[in-house]
Every structure is written in structure tokens, then in C-alpha cells.
Ligand binder design. Sequence first.
Ligand code: ADP
Ligand code: ASP
Ligand code: MG
Length: 412
Amino acid sequence: MPVLVMKFGGTSVATLDRIRRAAKRVGVEVSRGYDVIVIVSAMAGETNKLVGFVQDTSPLFDAREYDAVVSSGENVTAGLMALTLQEMDIPARSWQGWQVPLRTTSAHSQARIEEIPTDNITAKFGEGMKVAVVAGFQGVSPEGRITTLGRGGSDTTAVAFAAAFGAERCDIYTDVDGVYTTDPRICEKARKLDRIAFEEMLELASLGAKVLQTRSVELAMRYKVKLRVLSSLSEQTDGSGTIVCDEEDIMESNVVAGVAHSRDEAKMTLVSVEDRPGIASSIFTPLAEAGVNVDMIVQNISEDGRTDMTFSCPTDQVKRAEKALNDARTAGHMTFTDIKADTGVAKVSVVGIGMRSHAGVAAKMFRVLAQEGINIKVITTSEIKISVLIDRKYMELAVQALHDAFELEKAG
Ligand code: ADP
Ligand code: ASP
Ligand code: MG
């Protein structure tokens, strides 16, 4: 039987009624002749609540216990989805990550999938089971501890299962009806894309468009998984949703494909570090060892042999970063006079493959922000994206102004 992977995100399983609606969609695919692997997220809000419990209990928590706690939301929905399907007379059972077993690295809270053996689930399909419901976001480390795959990780579970089982398609059901030119919740002119290239989706996701977790797009690209994003809340037609595909399979193209934003950014400045060979390494090595995800980096000009070093990282890693840097100073690896943390910033980025062959996108972006009176604090660019760090209070305005200026409401 052909295999189909269907993933339901938090809003799509937020209540028992929503779980029933999702189960009905699964029933339709079963009646079309598929063996279905359903990947479920925790009910909407559950993971945030669990993360809050961990942080309130232990600010610099042991990541192994964080995973033990925050993975639990998915266990509930996996069981409830299996029960709902059984009530509909569809043979189904649930699997937690360790039961598959979905093997990951030991990088707790942001583990990577290493292997998904298919024999257990395939054997059950062989015995007449129609649906395997798998708890998303979680796996098991080589040490036998529960791991999680980073926030939004159920998308990655879904794509990894689709790759492992050679699924015909991986359908990601969420609370919007596809991938848009920008987050439709902050820009009402956002336009749904019928198709988006893997590379653009990868950039948008890594720059904050949380509709797909970055790693899920990487895996889909690498293993040629047919990936579709669609709504679990509205009616479907065959052309529903957005297909994430190769660049060659797309006819329309704007120079800028989309605008992404991330409100979860902090800007940290180390004041007066020595300007000498090896200083960057003595700052960023302890940060990396502490699991801090550094994004943008700027080094100021030097005065009297000392300089300021500024970098950005996720807001919830600020305490960890401060501790790592203070420890490195105490150990005598470097000196600085102060650490300044600005947690009121956001990152806004424009993304598009067309930038490879069109000059002037950065200049236009900076002009638009200047016209809105928005000060840029840090800039980074790559071949197909430009990102700026700005005050968070201007984030929505910046996204809307850029969406207008690059005319993203019109198809290219
Ligand atoms: P799920 O719980 O189903 O995984 P998420 O909340 O993780 O859903 O992702 C869906 C959300 O992603 C949407 O509600 C939307 O606000 C946000 N989003 C951000 N950027 C985009 C974009 N470019 N296109 C569509 N949705 C986006
Ligand atoms: N429940 C997890 C989260 O909220 C994983 C997911 O939904 O993809 O991050
Ligand atoms: Mg998600």
C-alpha cells in the first residue's frame, strides 16, 4: 500500500472536536487506499505551558529534564488521536518516539534525527493496521534519554517519516491555508503562494517564518520529499495549499519571494574587549559550548587596542550567554568591562532567489525603512536574503512597508 504522512499542528488538535475533524481527514485518505502515518503536535499552548514550568523551576535547566517535560504534550494527542480513529472503526495505534524508536543525537532540546527504523510500523501495517499515530517532536538519545527536536519540531518528524517510509507525500496541516509572502497574521495583504522553492522556504523558515521548521525543509530538500502545507480548518480542493518544490518547477518569480520576521531576538554587546587575534574565538567558543545560537555578529572599530563586539541570539538564551561569557572572563580567557543585553529587538528579512541576479534590493530595503523612520541596528546579508535588527515596536510596520514596497501582493 502507498504510504501518506499527515502532520497536524497544535491548533489542528487543540480540542477533542478538532482532533475529530483531523481524524475525519485521515479517514478520507485511508478510504483512498493509503496506509497513513499521522504525526501530531501537542494541543495549542501546551508546549509553551510546559516550557514555562521548566523555566520557573530552574532558569538554567538541565536540558535532559527539559526534554522529559516538554515532550509530554505530544504523548497526550497521539493517544487521543488513536482513540478517536478507533472510535471511527479505523484500526490505529499510537507510538511515542522511543517506541519507534526514532533515534536522535544527544543534543537535548535541539536534537537531530539520526535514524527511523521502519520495521515495527511496517509489520503492523502488514497485520491490517491502517494508521500509525506518532508523537511528533520527540525521540530517544543513544543514552536512552528522551530528546526533543527544537520548537516546531513535529514538522521535522513528519518529513523524516515521509523520507524513511518513501511516502507518496507529506501533508503539513496547520492553521493557515499555505505558505504566504509574509505572515498573514501581521500583514493583511500577504498573498498565498501556490508553490515555493526549497531554498526560499529554507531561508524564510530559518529567519522566523514558523509555518515550517527549518530542519524539515532541509530534510525534504535532501530526500526529495513531496511537501505540501495546507489548512486543517478549511475545506480542501486538489489545488489547496502550497507545494514546496525545486526552483525549476516554479513558473512565477518575484525578485523578493517573501518577508520574514522574528520577534524572539536579543542584541548583546560585550563592551571593551581586546582587539587581538583569537578574541572572536575566545568569545564565541564558550557561547557555542553553552548551546547559545549566535546569529548576527558585528565588531566595532578599534580604539586604543580595545573594541566592542555585538551579536544577536534568541531572547531565552540571554542568561545562558551571560553566564558563559562571565565564566570565560573569570577563567582568564579574555576581558571586557560590561555585557549589555537589549531584549527589545526583532529581526526582519527579505528573501528571494531573484536577488542573485538583481542588484539594488538592499538599497531599496534600507530606503523603505528610512522613510518609515526605523533605525537599523545590525545588518547581515547572504546571496538570497537581507536581514536587519530593529526595535521590536517597529516590526509590524517594517514588514508591512517592505511587503508594499516590493509589491508582494502581486504575482510575479
Ligand atoms: P502549527 O501549530 O500547525 O505547527 P505554527 O504556529 O507552528 O503552526 O505555524 C503556523 C503559523 O506560521 C501561522 O499561523 C502564521 O502566523 C505563521 N507564519 C509565519 N510566516 C508565515 C508565512 N510566510 N506563511 C504562512 N504562515 C506563516
Ligand atoms: N509542540 C512542539 C512545539 O510547540 C512541537 C511542534 O508543535 O511542532 O514547539
Ligand atoms: Mg509549527
